[in-house]
Design a protein around this ligand. Structure first.
Ligand SMILES: Nc1ncnc2c1ncn2[C@@H]1O[C@H](COP(=O)(O)OP(=O)(O)OP(=O)(O)O)[C@@H](O)[C@H]1O
Ligand SMILES: [Mg+2]
Length: 448
């Protein structure tokens, strides 16, 4: 069923034209349930991130990022909510252009000149948050009423309050300088797809690992000798066979896999609490990809850091993720534990992404691509952004963004198909069969 003629079959035609745009009193249609605003935020569940919302080190709420271009404003991130916890592996998955990198860069404070964060908060509650909050409050106090407004008047309030209670600070209110000095690379590190973009080609690897440590040496009290010894340990931890040799080597002298390991060492130099890996293995061949993923998992077990993987391929994170968020057109359309996303996916887009993962158990099987293309984020998006590509689209999708539906304490999805008056569509048969196969396999493994 195409988006155009959808609706009737589900008994939801009333949700669209029949009731008019206001959608009041929709009978058994779903428009009348209303409450969902244009952003699709109200009327549904509040994102709670997990059973215990309190222990997140990073709590992102309503993050919106836009770019001014000569053609107009690109709304790349349109309101995302996410909680990250210590020791957790979080995967953010979505097709190219869905806003994964823009969101991650906004979190660590990498800001393009034409970019603005138009809404939201990124509450950081990890190490050093109290000191940062107190310092922000002091600065705002010094700047005084009017002068403080621009920089961080809200921070001053929030920070001041937070400084007294459990410490947290909204990273979006920190200046670029404060982010560079105190957060990026120190508390939250990010590694990118191409190791060469993270490494300086003119500097030996050892110096690149030691530099961030020495930059923060005033706070950590680390000496040059200690930094060198730690750099060696980090290279060892990253599985580099000759750490002493690597310390002196320049990036071009290393293979791709070794370079990515060196980048991981640089990222871990200041013992961050969160490591964001943006497509860290895409440029590597499959066996090295697996080794790097296993290495990061291993480091995580030893250090207890929170790891965030950004990828377009759900298959890549199947073995390592605890939590998965699926992004489409600047929003998270489904999130949950890895089990919920892989065994009980609810959003048609997630179904498409899962079907796009090659099935290792089926030989000669055709690859599934999701039909159509993501929307152009230059144009305002009305309704459900995925509807034009969804075989299950409803009439209401064209007009109103779906609210967030809660499926379990940890599982959320944005689709009108989850409305109580909607008849949920059948998951594609091939995906159902794959999931049944995975469940059977998991049960068999558990018995042995
Ligand atoms: N500096 C910029 N100016 C204008 N638009 C931008 C800029 N940077 C990113 N965008 C746009 O923001 C949107 C999201 O981009 P982003 O890089 O986050 O996608 P992604 O999900 O990381 O994709 P990929 O998997 O290809 O890396 C895209 O439409 C992109 O064109
Ligand atoms: Mg990207």
């Amino acid at each position: 069923m195409a988006a155009d003629d959808a609706g009737g079959a589900n008994g939801m035609a009333g949700a669209g034209g029949a009731n008019g745009a206001g959608g009041a009193g929709g009978g058994n249609g779903i428009a009348g349930t209303g409450g969902a605003d244009a952003a699709g935020n109200a009327g549904g569940a509040e994102y709670a991130g997990g059973a215990d919302g309190a222990d997140a080190i990073l709590k992102i709420r309503g993050l919106e990022v836009a770019f001014k271009t000569t053609a107009g404003t690109v709304r790349a991130v349109r309101g995302i909510d996410l909680d990250l916890r210590r020791g957790q592996t979080f995967a953010i998955v979505g097709e190219s252009g869905s806003g994964k990198s823009v969101a991650a860069k906004a979190i660590v404070g990498i800001r393009a000149r034409n970019q603005s964060v138009t809404a939201g908060t990124v509450e950081y509650a990890g190490a050093g948050a109290g000191a940062l909050a107190a310092s922000a409050a002091r600065k705002a106090g010094r700047a005084g009423g009017g002068a403080g407004q621009n920089a961080c008047s809200d921070t001053s309030q929030g920070a001041g309050q937070n400084a007294g209670r459990a410490a947290s600070i909204d990273l979006l209110r920190l200046s670029e300088r404060d982010m560079r000095r105190n957060i990026n690379g120190r508390r939250i590190s990010m590694i990118f797809q191409d190791p060469m973009t993270s490494l300086n080609p003119t500097m030996p690897i050892g110096r690149q690992i030691m530099e961030p440590m020495l930059l923060h040496s005033r706070a950590s009290g680390i000496s040059r000798g200690e930094a060198r010894a730690k750099a060696l340990r980090l290279l060892e931890l990253a599985g580099i066979p000759d750490p002493a040799g690597c310390l002196r080597a320049y990036p071009h002298q290393l293979s791709g896999g070794m370079r990515q390991r060196a980048v991981i060492s640089v990222a871990l130099a200041c013992d961050p609490e969160i490591l964001i890996c943006d497509e860290p293995t895409t440029a590597l061949d499959v066996t090295i990809q697996e080794k790097i993923l296993r290495l990061i998992k291993d480091i995580q077990r030893r250090t207890g850091i929170c790891v965030v993987y950004i990828t377009h391929d759900l298959g890549v994170v199947a073995k390592v993720a605890d939590m998965v968020a699926v992004m489409y057109a600047g929003r998270i359309v489904e999130s949950g534990t890895a089990e919920e996303i892989f065994y009980d996916p609810r959003h048609p887009y997630t179904w498409g992404l899962l079907l796009a993962v090659p099935d290792m158990n089926a030989s000669g099987e055709r690859l599934h691509a999701i039909r159509g293309n993501p929307p152009n984020l230059l144009h305002g998006i009305e309704g459900d952004a995925f509807a034009p590509r969804s075989p299950h689209a409803l009439k209401i999708d064209a007009r109103r963004a779906p609210p967030l539906y809660q499926i379990s304490p940890t599982h959320f999805a944005r689709s009108w198909l989850l409305h109580e008056n909607a008849r949920p569509p059948e998951m594609p048969g091939e995906l159902r069969a794959r999931i049944d196969g995975m469940i059977a396999q998991a049960l068999a493994d558990a018995r042995h």
